[in-house]
Design a protein around this ligand. Sequence first.
Ligand code: CO
Length: 292
Amino acid sequence: MSHNQFTNSRCIAGIIPGVDGEDGAGVKLKRSIGRNPQSRLDPFLMLDAFSTRNPDDYIAGFPAHPHRGFETVTYMLDGHMIHRDHMGNEGELKAGGVQWMTAGRGVIHEERPIAVEGLMRGFQLWINLPSKEKMKPAAYQNITAEEVPRVVLKNGAVIKLIAGEIEIEGSVYRGPILSESSAESTQPLYLDVSIPPLAEMGLPIPAEHNACIQLFEGEASVLEDELVVDGVSCLSKGDGVVIATSEQPARMLVLAGRPIGEPVAQYGPFVMNTMEEVEQAINDYRNNCLVE
Ligand code: CO
């Protein structure tokens, strides 16, 4: 059985291990992409994974803080998170839900996980914006689990399509993220993929996109190389990736985006092209004019 329908199948080109860290008011997380400036994967600036049964690890949350120049994408696998921003958006992100926030010129928001029975688990991804989109108005999309298309393949694999478009088994599927209000330039693909044991699946990925896989359950491989757990496996360029499982099922995020190729100047929650622009963002925040 081989689904290698691609002319140039992507392989694992590098690993970014996840490192234990803390952010906000003391939320325990594992950061892979963005744990240092060398560990970015254009257009992805940061990927944090959180997974705990202990409310002390997350209950302090992320009190009000600013962002400018990029997008933050929060995907909850288990647990609940309350969100509130300066535009008056307020919502409760539940298991399987996604919050896609385009900071653009500026957003001030707070993110507060709620104590729940059992597991609190999810991811936050930061996606950069090119200079021409960094100062666009802030925008926010809240997507519930029910709004995320769930594609079941012939081999039993399940793809939850959060952002982007894929053509698979002869049909085209689109995620709920509206590219006209978000991510025009980076055209991100954000998939949550579950693969049963002893299966193989091919996923097309636009050839110019950078791509990576964050495995978070089970074991799987790409062209005989094992995917890392608790970190990110970066893929080479190519028109698709073939993922195989052995005796265990596996679940993973597959992330891809068109690289921006511009200089990145970052200071905490401000990501611009130059340090002058970052200083401007800091001054705007201090002078209460970060947001319109
Ligand atoms: Co934030």
